[in-house]
Design a protein around this ligand. Structure first.
Ligand code: SF4
Ligand code: SF4
Length: 372
């Protein structure tokens, strides 16, 4: 997808765009307020987008509450990411049944109709682009992921506020989406609507049918300024050069300091939009005539993740936390040509003990321990 020179437009109510997508046959998945958090679920026709909500987030803390009643998108990311739709947490890969002369294997393809992701933040587009490299990188191509990604349209929402856990500005992944979307929305001053920008031909086709008024230069400048303000309000940042710092500090005492607090629960890996570790399990029926192979999300924080003959390789919490963080911020670069972190802050908010990846990085960067 490349940026289009189409003029920016204005829309009063984002629900108009949701309805237009649904009329054109798109399944729309968008934000919903569920169980006290923002989740990304299919929007049934007539379902309303959450409005008047805002969030507060800190290490180990997330709260969704009342905000400006006139605003649609004054919350940032919740515990779930779009990963759950492109890379499902549990997925049947194939099934096999006994036949008269052996067995027959049947590949399984999940049902994924053409789907619009509505309300994708800039850091989440960056996370999808990271997973694109993981799931199709020359050595490996995951057909299910590729099929789902190709059938997905992206309606971005540029952030106009940041949570205390956000650090996308320091990762150059937000808060304004520069590419990777079909349509991008930016909420303007309360009551004046949203700026609509087009990023692809299929995005242009969708908005062309809506007969929207054109935005002017002042609207565009206001949108740019709102995103700049969201960047300026970020209080966390990833220190620069962490790939080299971490690679040179595998024996740093901070790994044990963080391990003393870490529960090894794996929440951070489940909430992270780029983590991709998985396991496969075979499920047999009692007769032995039928079996299924399932892929499920796994985590480098589980002891069994590194189980090989004779036991697990990473037995200590320190070794598992080190693996997670050094993979994210260091070896991922060599493996996939990009950082594995996009600065969304989920791992900070959803860590039950409030461990903060930016603070851990800063602690190691501030007191490097040279290798002997
Ligand atoms: S490591 Fe944390 S901040 Fe970075 S992308 Fe994953 S969840 Fe977001
Ligand atoms: S860093 Fe936090 S979320 Fe991650 S495994 Fe440790 S305790 Fe759980």
């Amino acid at each position: 997808m490349s940026a289009s020179p189409a003029p920016a437009l204005l829309i009063d109510d984002p629900a108009v765009l949701v309805e237009a997508l649904q009329r054109q046959g798109w399944r729309v998945i968008g934000p919903q307020a569920r169980d006290g958090a923002i989740t990304y679920d299919p929007l049934t026709p007539g379902a309303t987008l959450p409005k008047g909500l805002t969030d507060t987030q800190e290490g180990g803390h997330y709260r969704l509450g009342a905000g400006d009643p006139g605003r649609w998108f004054d919350y940032v990311v919740g515990p779930q990411s779009w990963k759950k739709h492109l890379f499902p947490s549990r997925q049947k890969l194939w099934e096999a049944s006994r036949t008269d002369d052996g067995f027959a294997v049947t590949p399984v393809q999940d049902d994924y109709p053409k789907t619009a992701f509505f309300g994708v933040r800039a850091c989440e587009i960056a996370a999808m682009e990271v997973q694109d490299r993981v799931f199709d990188n020359g050595d490996f191509a995951d057909p299910g992921y590729g099929r789902r990604r190709a059938a997905t349209l992206i309606v971005a929402v540029n952030c106009t506020r940041a949570a205390a856990t956000c650090f996308c500005a320091s990762m150059q992944t937000g808060p304004r989406a520069k590419a990777g979307f079909d349509i991008a929305l930016t909420e303007l001053a309360t009551g004046t609507g949203l700026l609509v920008e087009v990023g692809s031909d299929r995005g242009a086709e969708i908005v062309d049918g809506l007969d929207l008024p054109r935005a002017n230069a002042a609207h565009r400048a206001e949108a740019e300024a709102a995103s700049a303000a969201a960047a300026a309000m970020q209080t966390r940042a990833m220190p620069p050069g962490m790939a080299g710092v971490l690679a040179a500090n595998l024996d740093h005492p901070q790994w044990q300091v963080v391990a003393d607090a870490c529960l090894s629960c794996g929440n951070c890996t489940m909430a992270c939009p780029t983590c991709f570790c998985s396991d496969v399990e075979d499920v047999n029926d009692l007769s032995g005539d039928h079996t299924e192979r399932w892929r499920t999300w796994d985590s480098c924080f589980t002891v069994d993740f590194t189980y090989v003959h004779g036991g697990a390789v990473r037995r200590s919490t320190a070794s598992r936390y080190r693996q997670w963080m050094t993979h994210k911020l260091s070896s991922w670069e060599a493996q996939f040509g990009t950082s594995g972190c996009v600065g969304c802050g989920r791992c900070i908010a959803w860590c039950p003990v409030g461990i903060d990846i930016t603070a851990e990085a800063a602690a190691i960067a501030a007191s490097p321990v040279p290798k002997e």
